[in-house]
Each structure stands twice: as structure tokens, then as C-alpha cells.
Write a protein that binds this ligand. Structure first.
Ligand SMILES: [Zn+2]
Length: 227
């Protein structure tokens, strides 16, 4: 809805969405973009855009990636810095998947301070890890129409037949296996969760039940933004 105001009060809000992989950050960020015209800043997208636009930092990133190396925090911060200077960010931004580490959180704080920008909320999608593993490892989708299913919670009504389009072909994401999910959860717990106390001390953390249905999570986030 292009006519929707950024917020009811018209005040643009800048937020970080935090939560382990699979908690639904991407889905919720997408809804905020759609409903409130906020700008979603995900490091992967920003990196690809900077490389394509051949910005100074984008060229630097390209050289590093072409050499098969990992892009450093410094480059990621540089790309974020370029992105934050664009006009659309004034509608309010959502950082999704960044910062992931204490060092990145520190770099972000410096960057925002230097630009005179404010971080309003750090919204954590809290999850029950066992329930999340169950949710992720059972999901699959129709290869033809994309309809989503789950082995245990939402199997097709007729075995191996899509309820929506009747296709017999389904697909699973290769990352949706228990070992990968547990590794990523452990990584989140070890590296990203430790940045929360820092934001808690600043009074910025708002916790939302990430295990609630998508609409419930959406409503909880809206309540925070409209408060
Ligand atoms: Zn289908």
C-alpha cells in the first residue's frame, strides 16, 4: 500500500530485527516494507547492490570476493554507510541479519552516531529452540506453485499431492536439516545473542514471541512500533 504513512504518527522508526535463523525475520521485515514503506537493509542485498552499482566500497568488496575471500566487517560497514546516505532510508529502516556480532554492533553504533541517526527498537523474535528445529526440519513446498507444507503439522490432504495445484513434485531447502539448523542456532547463541545485553542496557530491546503464528508476530511488532 503505497499510500500508507511510515507510522501513524509519521515518525520514521529505525529498528533491528534479531532472532535465530528460521525465526521469521525475513517474513516480518517484508511485511514492514509492504505495510509501512520502511526500507529493509539486509547485508547480502546491500552487498550485491553496491557491487552492481560499482560504488567505491562495492568495487572493494568485488575484489575481495573475486579473490575468494570473505568480505570483512569493515567493508560491510562501508556498504551500510553508503546505503544509509540514500534518501529512502528516511522512511525508517529495518536491519535484518545485521549486526551479527558484538564488533558489528559497535561499528553500527558509531556509524549511526556519525550520521546523527537514532536506533529506536531492537526487536528480538524469541524462540523455543526445540520447537524451531521441529518447524524448520519438517517444512517443504510444492515445486510448481510454491504452497508450503510440513511433515507433521501440515501434510497435504492427499499423500504426495499438492492441495492447491495437484502437483506431485515437492522440494525442500538443503539447509533445512537438523544438523545445519542446530549449528546455526548454536552460532546465533554464541555470537549474536551476546549483543542483546548491550541493547538491553540502552533500553532498546523488545521481545516478541517468534513461535506465534505469523499474523500474531506481525501484530506484536505493530504494537511496539505504534506505541
Ligand atoms: Zn502446488
Amino acid at each position: 500500500m503505497a499510500s500508507a504513512p511510515a507510522t501513524p504518527a509519521g515518525r520514521p522508526l529505525n529498528i533491528i530485527l534479531l532472532g535465530p535463523p528460521g525465526a521469521g525475520k525475513g517474513t516480518q521485515a517484508g511485511k514492514l516494507v509492504e505495510d509501512r514503506r520502511m526500507v529493509q537493509l539486509s547485508t547480502g542485498d546491500m552487498l550485491r547492490a553496491a557491487v552492481a552499482a560499482r560504488t567505491p566500497v562495492g568495487l572493494e568488496a568485488k575484489a575481495v570476493m573475486d579473490a575468494g575471500a570473505l568480505v570483512s566487517d569493515e567493508i560491510v560497514t562501508g556498504i551500510l554507510s553508503e546505503r544509509l546516505d540514500k534518501d529512502d532510508v528516511k522512511r525508517g529502516f529495518i536491519l535484518d541479519g545485521y549486526p551479527r556480532t558484538a564488533a558489528q554492533a559497535e561499528a553500527l553504533a558509531k556509524l549511526l552516531a556519525a550520521k546523527g541517526m537514532t536506533l529506536h527498537h531492537v526487536i528480538e523474535l524469541a524462540v523455543d529452540e526445540e520447537a524451531l528445529v521441529d518447524r524448520i526440519t519438517g517444512r517443504f513446498s510444492c515445486d510448481r506453485c510454491g504452497a508450503g507444507y510440513h511433515d507433521r503439522h501440515k501434510p497435504p490432504r492427499i499423500a504426495v499431492t499438492c492441495d492447491v495445484c495437484g502437483s506431485h513434485h515437492f522440494k525442500r531447502r538443503p539447509d533445512d536439516n537438523e544438523e545445519t539448523v542446530r549449528t546455526r542456532l548454536a552460532e546465533y547463541r554464541a555470537k549474536t545473542a551476546p549483543i542483546l545485553p548491550h541493547y538491553e542496557a540502552a533500553g532498546l530491546v523488545r521481545r516478541v514471541d517468534g513461535m506465534a503464528p505469523i499474523g500474531g508476530v506481525e501484530a506484536a511488532i505493530a504494537a511496539i512500533l505504534d506505541a
